[in-house]
Write a protein that binds this ligand. Structure first.
Ligand code: NAD
Length: 522
């Protein structure tokens, strides 16, 4: 079947915006799933004005009042779970199992941030520094950026925006979200639920469109939370620098898995397969390359290959859970995966299973061996169901190869020696390290998830940070006593000023000669 993927993703650079409609097709069968409008900059500006007008009342509700709306939203999401996940599946071609994971992310994130909102946003009372300030009370309070722009990619139409929108709303910000033009339907519906079904304040909107709509968001908001490619992230960072607004960037990855000879090999092999294949490899933190110590390499490859060959592929019926992995979301991504495999094979790699395109916009789950760092599959983000495995002599070679990458998002280390894991984790250049598991370090809401090197700037989650990143710190200094005047205020009086100067010296110096001015007063 030939699919019209240009119709799915026609607007990445805004060049196609004369045609104001974006047709969304299911990548698995090419059927039209829906249509959205590509909004222009003027329309984005109108939406943003409305959000700004509603934001002060939202902030005034306080964390508890805001959380109540988010929890009603959660109820609505669960009441509509099957319908929403069917939409996720239709616009992505995912397996039902992969689509279902998106709801669990939404549930976890909403519950975590609402139950901790008051603690995270508490004013911070601080002890003053220096004797002259003893008469003051110091407080730091978190005040939200009025309008946060949230721009997301196509690999998780529900989970992607949900990971960040909750922290921003809990913080008291209004949010204009721009889902991917490839998969805008689920998020548009989820935002409609917020506005029309649960009657929450109009502080959340979805603006649909391609790159030009995203640019209009960046040009209008007070802070940008972006998830997507390095290329777009860099362009957004430049624009944000010009506007002097902050941005937080979650970008691509090329995550390494290191399997040492003392690892539980069966567990490591199962994790490698799941970590590389979940969501058909279309996850920023998926296992993209594996380095295995020589003594266990052959056995590891054998275990992995058997399991990958047994994976069931295709877009199964809603609720059926009958396939392991589904389609690629776009034709363009399918081409990248096929190119990486072809490049590896042309340069001497062997395909042990898979290696071909398959029906329904799929790429067969693939194991590659005899790979090296001259190949694209070991250097560039593949974002597909491939697992290249490389033999290494020892841990030093594994670490050197893992770090030989422009990316540094996540990683995993496999060993039964805790001290060794601790030591090696400190040598890996990546924002997170899972020890004896894959991907899990990314979804621990109390700790930060952020990329090093080209994988990003800033982090999401991280306990209070996941809310405070959407806030500006405001320092409030209050006088304990109201005197008629202060020693520093005008007029300058010689006696008063000399006394002040002596007092500073007496209280600030560390030895009696200096305190009493017997030294250094010239
Ligand atoms: P993309 O960068 O092409 O698009 C992402 C979003 O940015 C889309 O909504 C798009 O319309 C918008 N956009 C495009 N140009 C823009 C511009 N100039 N200004 C503002 N917005 C613009 O990425 P993609 O292809 O949709 O997603 C795949 C990428 O996302 C992969 O690299 C993947 O690793 C990454 N990703 C990262 C994470 C993470 O948390 N680190 C999570 C998921 C995906």
């Amino acid at each position: 079947m030939t699919l019209d993927h240009a119709a799915i993703a026609g607007q990445p650079d805004g060049s196609d915006l004369d045609n104001r409609r974006i047709t969304v097709r299911c990548p698995a069968d090419g059927q039209v799933v829906g249509e959205v409008e590509a909004l222009g900059a003027d329309e984005v500006a109108v939406v943003c004005d409305q959000l700004r007008a509603a934001q002060p009342a939202w902030e005034a509700l306080g964390p508890r009042g805001r959380s109540a709306h988010l929890l009603r939203w959660l109820d609505w999401l669960l009441d509509n779970e099957r319908r929403l996940l069917t939409l996720v599946q239709r616009e992505t071609g995912k397996s039902w199992a992969d689509a279902s994971l998106e709801m669990s992310v939404a549930v976890d994130v909403i519950n975590y941030f609402t139950s901790n909102a008051e603690t995270f946003l508490q004013d911070r009372n601080v002890k003053p520094a220096g004797p002259a300030n003893a008469v003051r009370r110091l407080r730091v309070q978190a005040r939200p950026y009025p309008l946060v722009g949230l721009i997301t990619p196509w690999n998780g139409p529900l989970a992607g925006p949900m990971m960040d929108v909750v922290g921003a709303l809990v913080a008291g910000a209004a949010v204009v979200s721009k889902p991917s033009e490839v998969t805008p339907l689920t998020w548009r519906e989820v935002v409609r639920g917020w506005r029309e079904e649960i009657g929450a304040p109009p502080v959340l909107a979805a603006v649909t469109g391609g790159g030009a709509t995203g640019q209009a968001v960046v040009d209008t908001v007070d802070m940008v939370m972006f998830t997507g490619s390095v290329r777009t992230g860099r362009a957004i960072a430049v624009r944000c620098a010009q506007r002097l607004i902050p941005c937080s960037l979650e970008l691509g990855g090329k995550d390494a898995m290191i399997v040492l000879a003392d690892a539980d090999l069966e567990r490591a092999a199962k994790a490698a397969v799941w970590g590389a294949m979940t969501n058909s490899g279309q996850a920023c933190i998926s296992v993209e390359r594996v380095y295995v110590e020589s003594p266990v390499y052959d056995r590891f490859v054998e275990l992995v290959t058997d399991q990958v060959a047994a994976l069931r592929q295709g877009t199964d019926a809603p609720g059926s859970y009958t396939t392991d992995i589904g389609a690629m979301v776009t034709g363009a991504q399918l081409d990248i995966v096929a190119d990486h495999v072809a490049d590896a094979v042309a340069n001497g790699a062997r395909v042990l299973t898979g290696g071909q395109r398959a029906e329904g916009n799929c790429f067969q789950p693939t194991v590659l061996v005899d790979v090296d760092h001259s190949m694209r599959c070991m250097r560039e983000e593949t974002f597909g169901p491939t697992l290249p495995i490389m033999r290494v002599a020892d841990e030093d070679e594994a670490i050197a190869l893992a770090n030989d990458s422009e990316y540094g998002l996540s990683s995993s280390l496999w060993t039964s020696d805790r001290a060794r894991a601790d030591r090696l984790s400190r040598r890996i250049e990546a924002g997170s390290v899972s020890v004896n598991n894959a991907l899990v370090a990314t979804f621990q809401l109390p700790i930060p998830m952020g990329g090093w090197k080209s994988s990003g700037m800033g982090a999401r989650f991280g306990g209070a940070h996941g809310v405070l990143k959407y806030c500006r710190q405001q320092s409030v200094v209050e006088e304990k006593f109201s005197l008629k005047s202060e020693p520093l205020w005008y007029p300058v009086v010689p006696a008063k000023s000399r006394f002040m100067s002596r007092a500073v010296r007496f209280l600030g110096a560390h030895d009696w000669r200096r305190k009493l001015g017997l030294r250094g007063r010239d």
